[in-house]
Design a binder for this molecule. Structure first.
Ligand code: PMP
Length: 413
């Protein structure tokens, strides 16, 4: 008999039979409110009828057309359609399948475009599990342990994580930028640095939003030294934070944006966006792959963008996100040291009385919630942050339902 790898770390015993909207239905006959959305993927909810119809129609006409050989209609339409969504300066896109691949594509692009070897990433960042992406990931040793040596040329500077440093956001921002300048003086000169690669909100690192002054500081240094600014929007893009892209909260303009997850409601699709001029500096043939820009995934993405626009899901994410954040803050017990987030990304950090991360209690809360019909994930270096990341279609009543279960869970643990 074949079994699944025992190293997958499945957090709950739930086996899904089918799913619709904000709920998954288990083979145990129970219904679960899904505040994971497949790790922020099913933006339009599970099996949105428009996305299902678009995919079914596409399956019947073309499943796969390898786009370094031939173009196809869904890919060209999606390329054009993204122009109405992405920042106007980022007028060229490249498609891949997973977030990690998009990050690697961005890495190749910035190195080739600048001729510089190094990148600076920010402490607590997560960029994926392929070796290059894992080399740039600093949100937990579990993402890189045991397969060193990692890729060279990666330097790490602080992210303004005020709660962890025990200071204000302004102090954390000033510290992070000061340390970045110190890194430039001691480890990698700015002239050897191709790019900053940063998330607008640390995702796997614990749901910590950056600050406008921090991103302005990165932009200013990028402009001063000819460094490119890559925003990893894989988790924060396509309405998740209550704006189309997370960086738009902070008034900063990136040179490259990575996209994935919410773009296609669950079909594997990712990519990078940059200016045409920058993208044309990639070396010919260095970007591509067998499955990137799959026709069915592109058709699903087109339907996803229609649903996000027509159903007002960006505004819904902002409104429901505020409801969820306020509710989680109101319910926080002594076991919860901090509640934070942006839009429909809300994290509750469990800490012990000594202020140390309380991983056991966070994981007990996650499992207790699943028993009570609410699915959630954990994140953070110590996996002591319980995060809620519902589909963008989530309703006011469903947020209330989730918060009621969360209240019971906090009492129980
Ligand atoms: N970057 C960010 C910000 C992410 O949140 C993730 C996935 N959680 C990735 C990259 C990697 O994406 P994937 O798992 O599709 O490779």
């Amino acid at each position: 008999m074949t079994t699944l790898s025992p190293r997958l770390l499945q957090a709950t015993p739930v086996v899904v039979d089918h799913a619709r909207g904000s709920y998954v239905h288990g083979t145990d006959g129970r219904r679960y409110l899904d505040f994971t959305a497949g790790i922020g993927v099913v933006s339009t909810g599970h099996c949105h009828p428009r996305v299902v119809a678009a995919a079914q129609e596409q399956v019947a006409s073309l499943i796969h057309g390898q786009y370094t050989t031939v173009m196809h209609r869904p890919l060209l339409e999606l390329t054009e359609r993204l122009a109405g969504v992405l920042p106007p300066a980022l007028d060229s896109v490249f498609f891949a399948n997973s977030g990690s691949e998009a990050v690697e594509a961005a890495l190749r692009l910035v190195r080739q475009a600048t001729g510089r070897p190094n990148v600076v990433v920010f402490h607590g960042g997560f960029h994926g599990r392929t070796v290059a992406a894992a080399s740039m990931t600093t949100s937990g040793t579990r993402f890189s342990a045991g397969f060193s040596p990692l890729m060279a040329g990666v330097h790490v500077a602080p992210f303004p994580t005020a709660y962890r440093y025990g200071c204000t956001e302004d102090e954390a921002t000033a510290f992070a930028l000061r340390e970045l300048d110190y890194l430039f003086a001691t480890m990698t000169s700015p002239q050897e640095t191709a790019a900053f690669i940063v998330e607008p909100v640390l995702g796997e690192g614990g749901y910590i939003p950056g600050t406008a002054e921090f991103f302005a500081g990165l932009r200013e240094r990028a402009d001063r030294y000819g460094i490119l600014l890559v925003m990893d929007e894989i988790q924060t893009g396509f309405g998740r934070t209550g704006r189309w892209f997370g960086h738009q909260h902070f008034g900063v303009e990136p040179d490259v944006v990575t996209i994935a997850k919410g773009i296609a409601s669950g079909f594997p699709l990712s990519g990078i966006a940059a200016s045409h001029e920058l993208m044309s500096r990639a070396w010919p043939g260095s970007q591509g792959g067998t499955y990137g820009g799959n026709a069915v995934a592109c058709a699903a993405a087109l339907a996803t963008l229609d649903v996000i626009e027509e159903e007002g899901l960006v505004a819904n994410a902002a409104d429901r996100g505020r409801q969820l954040l306020d509710g989680a803050r109101r319910l926080a017990t002594d076991a919860v040291g901090d509640v934070r987030g942006l839009g429909l990304m809300v994290g509750s950090e469990f800490t012990g009385q000594d202020g140390e991360p309380d991983t056991a209690r966070a994981q007990a809360a996650q499992q207790e919630a699943a028993r009570r019909g609410l699915l959630m994930l954990t994140c953070g270096a110590h996996m002591n942050v319980v995060r809620m990341i519902p589909p963008l279609v989530v309703t006011e009543e469903e947020i209330d339902e989730g918060l009621a279960i969360w209240s019971d869970v906090l009492t129980a643990v």
